[in-house]
Design a protein around this ligand. Structure first.
Ligand SMILES: [Zn+2]
Length: 290
């Protein structure tokens, strides 16, 4: 029985090498249900989902990690968000035919933006790099190199049923086994997409590292969840301003907002809108973070 929607951490004992393995199933299906993605878009989005799940798990935080890729090619935009609670959501926008091939063929001239929002009003961190490489793995590894983060390697795979990935990271500090990082990454180079998608964490790690002393930590469940809410929609309309909002009501009778991530629909009629703008005597609504 394969472990579904699961993240596992592991360490190679007596080295500075740590890693993670992730397998997304229902989480990935929940994303696919909401749009009819062409194969090439689906493949990139699935890999991005696995990558973001892995990257979010490398940092301790309550907030969210967002990977966004924008380009001027047929694949216009891809965004995946993970929270500290191991929830994920993601989507992509495309136009016309998206060819197979490298990232440039799909996204055109593009850039990667990684945003870490620690939540609780703490400062956001944002890193931006040009989109370089044949695939998402190369682009993200390039990002890590340029942003001088810990040495990080990724192996990603996705198909219609699931998305999966493996991450290796070299922790700072004195390395008791100087060859360990080399050895670990060279062995991981031999993992195939079929193995990532078809095997459990323990099977993948046995296949790669049966000669190493690997400690595999317990299962961490991953799930799909959208962070949209009526409250956030109301905040958005407040920011639009009373005049603009009343204008839409006059023209269309109501304000209708659809969430692209989960297809949730939020509708506000004239009374709802007036309530938003007459409640200004009250203290501002505190935002709840999800
Ligand atoms: Zn939503």
């Amino acid at each position: 029985m394969q472990e579904k929607d699961t993240l596992h951490r592991f360490i190679i004992e007596r080295t500075n090498v740590r890693g993670e393995w992730v397998h997304l199933d229902a989480t990935w299906q929940a994303v696919l249900e909401r749009a009819d993605y062409p194969d090439t878009v689906r493949e990139t989005l699935g890999e991005a989902m696995a990558a973001v799940a892995l990257l979010a798990a490398t940092i301790k935080f309550e907030g969210s990690l967002i990977l966004q890729i924008n380009g001027d090619g047929p694949l216009k935009m891809l965004v995946v968000q993970a929270t500290g609670q191991r929830t994920l959501r993601g989507l992509a926008h495309w136009e016309g035919e998206v060819p197979a091939g490298d990232l440039a063929a799909r996204f055109g001239n593009g850039r990667i933006v990684i945003t870490i929002d620690p939540g609780e009003g703490k400062e956001r961190y944002q890193g931006v790099v040009g989109l370089i490489g044949d695939n998402l793995t190369e682009a993200l590894e390039d990002y890590f190199e340029r942003s001088e983060q810990l040495p990080t390697r990724l192996w990603l795979a996705s198909d219609q049923g699931s998305a999966a990935g493996l991450l290796l990271q070299r922790l700072p500090g004195a390395e008791p086994d100087p060859d360990a990082w080399n050895r670990a990454t060279m062995l991981a180079e031999t993992v195939s997409g079929e193995e990532l998608l078809g095997l459990d964490a323990s099977e993948v790690l046995h296949r790669l590292y049966h000669e190493e002393d690997v400690r595999l930590f317990g299962r961490e469940p991953v799930s799909f969840r959208c962070t949209c809410s009526r409250e956030r929609v109301e905040d958005m309309i407040r920011q639009l301003g009373a005049e603009e909002a009343r204008g839409i009501i006059e023209e269309q009778g109501s304000i209708s907002v659809n969430c692209d991530f989960c297809n949730a629909h939020y509708g506000l009629d004239a009374v709802d809108v007036e309530k938003l703008f007459t409640a200004t005597d009250h203290p501002p609504v505190t935002k709840t973070r999800h």
